[in-house]
Design a protein around this ligand. Structure first.
Ligand code: FEO
Length: 170
């Protein structure tokens, strides 16, 4: 059984994961408009991953005897100056998610709720991977992305992302 405090904190985090999905979908729209389909593909897969993260929270809360409550999802940022701008905003978002996961973990430990602790462990690892992924993309965009040709090469590379860990950038 979850305490009200832990249930509320898990619901708040579920909402943040839905917000991440919204943000990455906004990036899909941005890159499709910019005629960069590879970047759009990368973010489309990322948005789907965020939905699965949100659903992991939904299912866990229900399974743990709590109640998943769906609140308003904040509108994402929708305009960007450059691909680098998008990726830097995404990295910041992931860093915030990581910090929130850490806070949740602290709460689960304080409440001695072993089930939540074990559940959150997967997210601790996932966040390390997500931050590493965005950092890697940022470095590559900085190297190659200043001229149009470099950007198109990265676009091709990101277009190969399949969502099962096979993309060149993953
Ligand atoms: Fe589910 Fe990228 O945080």
């Amino acid at each position: 059984m979850l305490s009200k405090k832990l249930n509320d904190a898990l619901n708040k985090h579920m909402n943040l994961e839905f917000h991440s999905a919204y943000s990455y979908l906004a990036a899909v729209a941005h890159f499709e408009t910019e005629e960069l389909p590879g970047f759009a593909n990368f973010y489309s897969i990322q948005a789907k991953e965020e939905l699965t993260h949100a659903m992991k929270f939904f299912n866990f809360i229900q399974d743990a005897g709590g109640q998943a409550k769906l609140a308003d999802v904040a509108a994402p940022r929708q305009s960007y100056k450059s691909p680098l701008d998008v990726f830097e905003a995404s990295l910041k978002q992931e860093q915030n998610v990581s910090s929130e996961i850490n806070k949740l973990l602290d709460l689960a430990i304080a409440e001695k709720h072993a089930g939540t602790r074990v559940f959150l462990q997967w997210f601790v690892t996932e966040q390390l991977e997500e931050e590493a992924l965005f950092n890697r993309c940022i470095r590559r965009i900085k190297i190659a992305g200043k001229d149009g040709q470099g950007l198109l090469l990265i676009d091709q590379e990101l277009g190969k992302r399949t969502g099962d860990g096979e993309a060149a950038a993953e």
